[in-house]
Design a protein around this ligand. Structure first.
Ligand SMILES: Cc1cc2nc3c(=O)[nH]c(=O)nc-3n(C[C@H](O)[C@H](O)[C@H](O)COP(=O)(O)OP(=O)(O)OC[C@H]3O[C@@H](n4cnc5c(N)ncnc54)[C@H](O)[C@@H]3O)c2cc1C
Length: 262
């Protein structure tokens, strides 16, 4: 049977745009442009490379939990070459934290069927970097995280994790969850053919009922974390310009000493 790969991809607010909190102190996802988290493009790329190495004997499903517009992230992953997509969307997900998101992803992964789940190293908005580990725990399968190289053969996933002082070779039997870093290999650009083909690929929509999830275990009500307050970052000040009229070096040193940098 061909290898079933599920890639978790997140739709995130564009970091170059203006980002806000809504009145209930959740991230405002409605009034901002979003995109496929760049770090998740590496996860899609690794899935595609594993499929190519398996002579195409694999099926790649991309999965997201997110609002209506999160379909854009799925389309991008499909245009890169994934085969099909699953979108979990439900009004009751508003305010869901990492515990709820991992629960929904785990149920959706089980519903889809999988041998290997691939996630990014972190999302570019939440940047917790913990979701793959919690997901593996919920699924009850091994996790091999933060890989900069990954391959699959004979029912085993292998990879290399580069640390500050050593590189580790790790492996786990399938089914398993892995996460890949931004060192795992440049993600490909979707080709024109890929973009056209993506329009015809299936996107399945699921809600909490489909996944048999009680709404009280997700959303703001089910969240394990609570945001008490949030404030806009203060506007940048103009800074101090040191003009060199013979004493520039001295003035610079005094400024740095005054700020306790030296
Ligand atoms: C509509 C909506 C509203 C939310 N509201 C809140 C809120 O109010 N408060 C709050 O704390 N959190 C909220 N979340 C959840 C939050 O945005 C994160 O998805 C979650 O907390 C995981 O944290 P992270 O993104 O830092 O994960 P990380 O651990 O940094 O992510 C690692 C990897 O996990 C995968 N992943 C993460 N999130 C998703 C996803 N949604 N779909 C598919 N794959 C994913 C990706 O592969 C990613 O690279 C909301 C999410 C959604 C979709």
């Amino acid at each position: 049977m061909s290898l079933r790969i599920v890639v978790c991809v997140k739709y995130v607010p564009d970091a170059t745009g203006d980002r806000h909190f809504a009145e209930d102190l959740t991230v405002d996802r409605d009034d901002v442009d979003g995109l496929l988290s760049e770090l998740d493009e590496y996860a899609v790329e690794q899935a595609l490379q594993i499929k190519e190495a398996a002579d195409d004997d694999a099926e790649i499903t991309v999965l997201t939990v997110g609002p209506e517009d999160a379909k854009d992230a799925l389309r991008k992953a499909l245009s890169m070459g994934a085969d099909k997509a699953v979108h979990v969307e439900d009004d009751d997900l508003h305010g869901t934290d990492v515990m709820g998101t991992s629960l929904v992803l785990a149920k959706a992964v089980e519903e889809t069927g999988y041998d290997l789940v691939i996630a990014g190293m972190a999302s570019t908005d939440g940047t917790m970097g913990v979701l793959p580990a919690i997901l593996a725990e919920r699924l009850g399968v091994p996790q091999v995280t933060l890989l900069s190289e990954v391959s699959v053969a004979d029912g085993v996933v292998k990879g290399r994790r580069d640390g500050d002082t050593a590189s580790e070779q790790l492996e786990a039997s399938l089914p398993a969850v892995v996460s890949v870093t931004d060192q795992s290999g440049e993600a490909r650009y979707p080709s024109f053919k890929g973009i056209m083909a993506a329009k015809k690929k299936p996107v399945q929509s699921l809600d909490l009922d489909d996944l048999d999830i009680d709404a009280e275990t997700v959303g703001l009500e089910g969240a394990w974390t609570k945001v008490d307050s949030a404030a806009e970052r203060p506007a940048r000040t103009a800074g101090t310009i040191v003009k060199d009229e013979g004493e520039g070096g001295k003035q610079l040193a005094e400024f740095l000493a005054g700020q306790k940098f030296i």
